[in-house]
Design a protein around this ligand. Sequence first.
Ligand SMILES: *[C@@H]1O[C@H](CO)[C@@H](O)[C@H](O)[C@H]1NC(C)=O
Ligand SMILES: *[C@@H]1O[C@H](CO)[C@@H](O)[C@H](O)[C@H]1NC(C)=O
Ligand SMILES: *[C@@H]1O[C@H](CO)[C@@H](O)[C@H](O)[C@H]1NC(C)=O
Ligand SMILES: *[C@@H]1O[C@H](CO)[C@@H](O)[C@H](O)[C@H]1NC(C)=O
Ligand SMILES: [Zn+2]
Length: 286
Amino acid sequence: MTRITSLLMAIAAAALYGSGSAHPVARANVEHAHPNCLASTIMGRDELLRVRKRAVDWGYEGAKGPFYWSTINPNYTSCSTGRFQSPVDIDSTIPATYDTPVEFYYPDNFTNVQVENLGFTVELFAPAKTAYIVRDGVKYYLANFHFHAPAEHHVEGKAHPAELHMVHRSDNGSITVLALYVENYNYEPQYWLDLFLKHVPRNETAPALTVPVYPIETLVGYFKNSELYWYYDGSLTAPPCTEGVHWIIASRPIPATKKELEWLGFLMDFNARPSQKNDNVPSSLH
Ligand SMILES: *[C@@H]1O[C@H](CO)[C@@H](O)[C@H](O)[C@H]1NC(C)=O
Ligand SMILES: *[C@@H]1O[C@H](CO)[C@@H](O)[C@H](O)[C@H]1NC(C)=O
Ligand SMILES: *[C@@H]1O[C@H](CO)[C@@H](O)[C@H](O)[C@H]1NC(C)=O
Ligand SMILES: *[C@@H]1O[C@H](CO)[C@@H](O)[C@H](O)[C@H]1NC(C)=O
Ligand SMILES: [Zn+2]
């Protein structure tokens, strides 16, 4: 990173995080498209690029924010009428397992993989059918991983600084998301994260960039090393809030430095949906 870039990022990070507010302020000068957080799973790349250039009707703040999603578009009624919505607040009522709940069939590295800034998130597009998990005898192929900051799934009412979603889709279209928390432990900079951040375009108008060799096995290692996993059935966390999404959340956060988290906050706007009601999660039923 050049010194000027570092300086710009430090200023941007200070603007985002320096106010003491729990919710970083949105960058005011950028008009964002906000397609579905899992849009790239469902749509082809070209479609996604088209959607991204169109003004979409929902967002994370004000009159387009999460409380109004269902009133914005009839296609989004699940966002308020759905009984199995995500994210939720994780407490003792959420089922947990100490066994690694899926088998991984991932390569060590992805080669020539694309990284993109969608405005509403930053994302790595997995090469088609290159990495998959097996859950209950069914293959789910990795479609992308992307970030939310702060985390969407709270733990006992608290949010980690960021949450990583590894979105997997089976041949019949059902979705399993593996979620990993990212926490500021101020260890050494993390190569998998630095390499990703270094390649993410500065904003959503810039084209995707290619990473020649990406060590995807690092994330698999982190996921396998979590001692406890929480799971439940919920939904997409963005319109149209489609249900039938299986969530598996690793309880042990993965380390990042303060600088890496600030960088992430600089690259995308606040993008966490608040906790939702979910009939599978007794504690969320009030
Ligand atoms: C609702 O979704 C359908 C199917 O994707 C689409 O054709 C239609 O235009 C959407 N309606 C609105 C109001 O966006
Ligand atoms: C993955 O990439 C790393 C770093 O470039 C390299 O050391 C390693 O040999 C690669 N692994 C495989 C299986 O190609
Ligand atoms: C897809 O497959 C899964 C796993 O076999 C099954 O639970 C689900 O009902 C199927 N979904 C559809 C839409 O067929
Ligand atoms: C977006 O990034 C591109 C490429 O870095 C830059 O040329 C452009 O000015 C940026 N646009 C905004 C709105 O910041
Ligand atoms: Zn997500």
